[in-house]
Write a protein that binds this ligand. Structure first.
Ligand code: ADP
Length: 664
């Protein structure tokens, strides 16, 4: 076995590989870009090497820099993770030439399976069933039109070199084929440098069922059962599970054997996934991925095996630890992909600081593979995945309950995430009933992506009580450090005899004002909310966790404050409010943060003020664009712009001061 390996990746997969390495007593070497100097995978590694500037092309895809780091560190092998260089045959060859083991299949197998058309030709020879289609070398419009007619519409145009759903177009009408082909070609050329196309019959309601295979250098090859990855958005996996619900054992065996045949056909070695579409009891090969998949943990949870350990064993020349007859599975597992993205804005990637991150606590049934920690920044440069949440239980119904619970218990704030969307999928009755296929999300769109609703009174109450509690804590701290800690002026419950003492909160919710008036009572508070009054007692704030008795019922929530932004997390709901504090508006508060810095790396797209100009609180000053999202920087108080440091079109990095501002 190796003493030291280098992980040519970042985020959750780099951390996940390192955990296995550590368990096996293998030292880990991380590589990182300038944007990742403080990243979790760097902190976890035994050693770390800087390999280049933030763009992936200059760092995580920079094979030469990675090999130089491997040499300098003395690593004997490189684990490529997934994405980046994991399916790059030239990099696998360069590693071997440098005397470093590439933890993956032989370059020839990567090449053969890297082209979907070539893979299909091989699978045909191995008698693995294919989706009816065309994968010939003739690429003229006439040839493809002719093929499409034979296949029957609707057809799916695919890029042979494709991945990640790029270059894929559904064509329902023969007249639309030429345009779809041209668009797919353009997309494929830019993304993969290869515009070879293939055609497939477009299946209307398939399930995506894939088989995990493993082969060693001693002639052994096995399948580790299947995963169902049918819950997809735009042909990209969102939730995966193992085993595939309702799959007959005979079909499972048949598919497993077909997948092993596929692996043998290319002299495979290591971990691989053979992907099929499954419809009406029939399955069809679509492609093979020659690497570890994002969703491999569901296989680990039902088999009790560590697939990264198997990869390391095989790469070190050892035989597979188990034969096909020895492989068993138990229970049911789900994985969800937690992303920093905004479902309300068509899933636009979100970037910024993860202000609050508490994963669910149940470690017996829940596994969290995270790539970022609380306080880390999700940057514009890479995939915005925060973590994968994986749950396990004895059967599917129990695992669905675990999943719902785990999503409800997972706390994320400071950045938009798909947590609420994932909860909506998990809560859907059709999901629980395993009525799933690749059209699930589109079909249930209205329920899964409801239009944004106002924050309910309960959310407003939590926000107001948390703010009061914080204020109380601050007052108590002030009292303790003052000369007369028992002075009545330090009383923190706000209650005064013979006086209806009140506090007004001005919340803003999606542009709407939502005032809350809190009246202090001897035994608690009365809250005047938009829908009527509510009595609150025994409010207790522990960190960000708030518990209170509301109208006689014990309730709790997590409330996270980031400047004037409040995030309230309650039973799987995520509510956002802005606190409009009049003391800030008048400029009377000394706390006003007058440093106007870029919230993330991006480009200045608009400058709306000049040096010397006087501005009023809330006035837009400068607009920064990052990942197609615009962020407007506004005046934090009334004041003057002392200087403007950037012009339209200038790139900015996170934290750079954009303007000098002086509050009046
Ligand atoms: P990529 O390599 O770009 O991810 P795949 O060939 O793996 O593309 O397909 C991704 C997804 O697209 C599948 O899981 C499935 O949902 C959908 N898909 C692919 N081929 C077909 C088809 N012939 N009919 C219907 N859906 C398909």
């Amino acid at each position: 076995m190796f003493d030291k390996i280098l992980i040519a990746n970042r985020g959750e997969i780099a951390c996940r590989v390192m955990r296995t390495a550590r368990r096996l007593g293998i030292r880990s070497v991380a590589v990182y870009s300038e944007a990742d100097a403080g990243a979790m995978h760097v902190a976890m590694a035994d050693e770390a090497f800087l390999i280049g500037p933030p763009p992936a092309a200059a760092s995580y895809l920079n094979g030469a820099a990675i090999l130089a780091a491997a040499k300098a560190s003395g690593a004997e092998a490189i684990h490529p993770g997934y994405g980046f260089l994991s399916e790059n045959a030239a990099f696998a060859e360069a590693s071997a030439a440098a005397g470093i083991v590439f933890i993956g299949p032989p370059p020839a197998a990567i090449r053969a399976m890297g082209s979907k058309a070539e893979a299909k030709r091989l699978m045909e020879q191995a008698e693995v069933p294919l989706v009816p289609g065309y994968h010939g070398s003739g690429q003229s419009l006439a040839e493809l039109q002719d093929a499409a007619r034979r296949i029957g519409y609707p057809v799916l145009v695919k890029a042979s070199a494709g991945g990640g759903g790029k270059g894929m177009r559904v064509v329902a009408d023969p007249a639309a084929l030429a345009d779809a082909m041209a668009a797919a070609r353009r997309e494929a050329k830019t993304a993969f440098g290869d515009d070879t196309l293939l055609l497939e019959r477009y299946l209307e309601r398939p399930r995506h069922v894939e088989i995990q295979v493993f082969a060693d250098g001693h002639g052994n090859a096995v399948y580790l059962f299947e995963r169902d990855c049918s819950i997809q958005r735009r042909h990209q996996k969102v939730i995966e599970e193992a085993p595939a619900p309702g799959l007959a054992d005979s079909v499972r065996r048949f598919m497993g054997e077909a997948a092993v045949a596929a692996a043998r056909a290319v002299d495979y070695r290591g971990a691989g996934t053979v992907e099929f579409l499954y419809q009406d009891g029939q399955f069809f090969f679509i492609e093979m991925n020659t690497r570890l998949q994002v969703e491999h943990p569901v296989t680990e949870l039902i088999t009790g095996l560590d697939l990264v350990e198997w990869q390391l064993l095989v790469a070190a020349g050892r035989p597979l630890p188990l034969a096909q007859e020895q492989l068993t599975r138990h229970g049911h597992a789900f994985e969800v992909r937690l992303y920093a993205e905004d479902p309300a804005k068509d899933f636009l990637p979100a970037i910024g600081r993860l202000k609050h991150f508490r994963p669910p606590a149940d470690s017996r049934h829940v596994r969290l593979d995270a790539g970022v920690r609380e306080g880390d920044v999700v940057s514009v440069h890479y995939d915005p995945m925060i973590a994968k949440l994986i749950v396990w239980d004895d059967d599917r119904a129990a695992a669905v309950r675990r999943l719902r619970r785990a999503l409800g218990d997972c706390e994320l704030a400071g950045i938009a995430t798909n947590l609420g969307f994932l909860s909506a999928v998990a809560e859907h009755p059709a999901f629980a009933a395993a009525e799933i296929d690749t059209g699930f999300i589109e079909r249930h769109r209205a329920q899964l992506l409801p239009p944004p609703a106002p924050v309910p009174p309960l959310g407003l109450a939590f926000a107001a009580l948390a703010l009061l509690s914080w204020r109380g804590q601050e007052a108590r701290r002030a009292a303790q450090s003052s000369a007369d800690p028992h002075s009545p002026w330090h009383l923190t419950n706000g209650w005064r005899l013979n006086d209806d003492n009140r506090h007004d909160f001005h919340f803003v919710d999606g542009g709407e004002r939502r005032p809350v008036v809190v009246h202090f009572r001897p035994d608690g508070w009365r809250l005047d909310l938009p829908d009527g009054p509510l009595t609150a007692r025994h409010a207790q704030l522990d960190g960000s966790r708030l518990a209170a008795e509301l109208n006689g019922e014990r309730r709790s929530a997590t409330v996270v404050r980031d400047g004037s932004q409040l995030t309230i997390l309650h039973a799987g709901h995520v509510w956002q409010l802005t606190l409009d504090d009049p003391s800030l508006r008048s400029g009377a508060d000394d706390d006003v943060d007058t440093r106007l810095a870029a919230p993330m790396p991006g480009t200045v797209v608009q400058v709306q003020v000049k040096a010397g100009q006087t501005v009023t609180r809330g006035q837009p000053l400068i607009v920064v664009e990052a990942m197609k999202m615009e962020h407007t920087i506004v005046a934090p108080a009334d004041g003057t712009i002392a200087a403007v440091h950037f012009r339209t079109g200038d790139p900015v990095s996170e934290g750079q001061e954009l303007l000098s501002f002086e509050a009046s």
